[in-house]
Design a protein around this ligand. Structure first.
Ligand SMILES: C[S@@+](CC[C@H](N)C(=O)[O-])C[C@H]1O[C@@H](n2cnc3c(N)ncnc32)[C@H](O)[C@@H]1O
Length: 485
């Protein structure tokens, strides 16, 4: 680190206190789980009027210059010149501007580079994105664990882990990212996080962890323009990063430990999209849940990612040609993007399953994930009619959604969907025949009794009620949408 880097990190704890006292936080700015886009921050600063909090918002969220005198006032008792020396602020005549955006993810501040149309450098430290939030919500959070965050960037996953873990290590190949992550840790007053420079899990040697999170540069492309986006896979086997990660992660997980990662891989358009991932896990001794966000053709995939990093139409078009040519040359017909959640079991046979989750979680899903893994193992042990003895309890936040569709015969109810909010963006479909059973789940009576009572009360065919209720119950259990005592 340079002397300025040291000064930046040294300034963090005091700056964090000034920001907190001014109400510069998600709660103080009545914000969502992610900080607003700079344009929205401009609007927010107007709403806040002529206040120190408005000045801080203009500086650190909107990326605007503010009068030096207003900055002195808002940052008191900090010395403005010290912050300029540290490289956090730049003086422009009688105004100052922040070189770094200070955003947030839930209750943690996160420092990153500006993403407001300024050109991005190779070492650009990315903002907290929807993908970051999704990974955070797909992480199992147990108290007192030792956690590792690979490709930490500005440290968002590491900070989330620091709130419940005993120790956290964040790794990255980007020196700038590690510097901003350390600065961010100081802003949040965190003392249980340390940072290591290097590729993937190499910097931690053979240390083991209870929790590993990875939001890597998983985009499959011919480019190596940005560290945050491109894994430089054109020279290697495209899409091999996921396998590399699985092979590095599992041995560094303690028995029972959890890992959550985002990844993507290529496959044939009409083939089994999950087949490559099954191979990654062969002989790895863990259970793994693949949550598929999307399977896209090359054009769709290139569109999604290039739209986020190219700003001028000719650049976008040239990159599109380059990417499509690369996919053609590599024989890539489709690319699937997914999260993989895994738990080390050391069992002789691994258990891998998949679900589609095109939407984003509506909140932390760690409890639901643990229910899913535990219940799936329990389901696998059932024989015969065992499931009829299951006692299921609806969860807080359970929501049943049903629409009425107009047909020639009048309005017909569509299958009901059962969701649990907040949680993973997953729902189970409940047929009209199974609905009375689902409505009567009470955590007391076994399914056997509820099925008999529903068949009696509705006059539906008892065999049909039993078949529908059992398949619905299985799905509710598989998706962690119900508690099974
Ligand atoms: C998509 S960003 C994720 C940032 C942050 N963890 C999040 O969840 O928002 C990917 C990060 O991985 C880092 N990275 C790229 N190649 C890497 C490698 N080989 N080893 C470790 N980190 C790497 C990038 O510098 C970048 O910070």
């Amino acid at each position: 680190m340079t002397a300025a880097d040291d000064r930046l990190v040294d300034s963090a704890a005091d700056l964090g206190k000034v920001l907190a006292a001014a109400g510069y936080s998600r709660a103080g700015l009545s914000g969502g789980r992610m900080a607003p886009h700079p344009f929205d921050a401009v609007v927010l600063a107007h709403r806040l009027g002529n206040t120190p909090l408005a000045t801080l918002t203009s500086l650190f969220l909107a990326g605007l210059t503010v009068p030096r005198s207003a900055a002195v006032e808002a940052l008191r008792p900090l010395n403005l010149d010290t912050l300029i020396d540290a490289g956090l602020l730049a003086g422009v005549d009688d105004r100052v501007q922040a070189n770094t955006c200070i955003a947030w993810c839930d209750e943690m501040l996160v420092a990153h580079d500006w993403q407001d149309g300024r050109p991005l450098g190779r070492e650009h430290v990315v903002a907290v994105s929807q993908a970051s939030m999704t990974l955070a919500d797909l992480t199992v959070r147990r108290p007192g664990v030792d956690a590792l965050d690979v490709g930490t960037g500005g440290g968002v996953q590491a900070f989330q882990a620091a709130a419940h873990a005993a120790t956290v290590v964040g790794t990255d190949v980007n020196t700038r990212a590690l510097r901003l992550a350390e600065f961010g840790a100081g802003l949040n007053g965190l003392s249980n996080v340390r940072w290591l420079e290097g590729s993937l899990l190499e910097p931690v040697d053979d240390q083991t962890f209870d929790l590993i999170t990875v939001n890597p540069p998983f985009i499959i492309s011919p480019d190596s323009t940005y560290l945050w986006r491109d894994a430089g896979q054109s020279t290697d086997r495209p899409g091999s990063l996921g396998q590399q990660l699985v092979r590095q992660i599992v041995p560094r997980l303690r028995p029972g430990g959890w890992a959550s990662m985002l990844t993507s891989w290529p496959h044939q358009m009409d083939g089994d999209w999950l087949a490559p991932v099954r191979l990654w896990f062969t002989g790895m001794g863990c259970d793994a849940w693949v949550l598929r966000f999307a399977s896209q053709n090359p054009l769709e995939n290139a569109h999604i990612w290039l739209a986020q990093s190219e700003h001028a139409t000719p650049d976008f078009a040239a990159a599109m040609d380059r990417w499509l040519g690369f996919y053609r040359d590599q024989g890539i017909e489709a690319i699937t993007t997914a999260a993989i959640i895994l738990q080390r079991t050391d069992a002789s046979a691994e258990h891998l399953w998949a679900d589609d989750m095109p939407g984003s979680p509506t909140g932390p899903g760690g409890e639901q994930i643990q229910r899913v893994f535990e219940s799936r193992r329990r389901l696998a042990r059932l024989t015969g009619d065992d499931l009829l003895d299951a006692v299921l309890t609806p969860l807080p936040g359970t929501r049943l959604e049903q629409s009425l569709c107009r047909t020639d015969a009048g309005y017909e109810p569509t299958p009901t969907e059962l969701w649990v909010l907040p949680g993973l963006a997953l729902c189970a479909s409940v047929s009209p025949v199974a609905l009375p059973v689902v409505l009567s789940l009470d955590g007391q009576r076994p399914l056997r009794d509820l099925i008999a009572a529903a068949a009696h009360a509705t006059g539906f065919d008892p065999d049909q009620v039993r078949a529908d209720a059992l398949s619905t119950a299985t799905r509710l259990i598989e998706l962690g949408l119900v508690s099974w005592t």
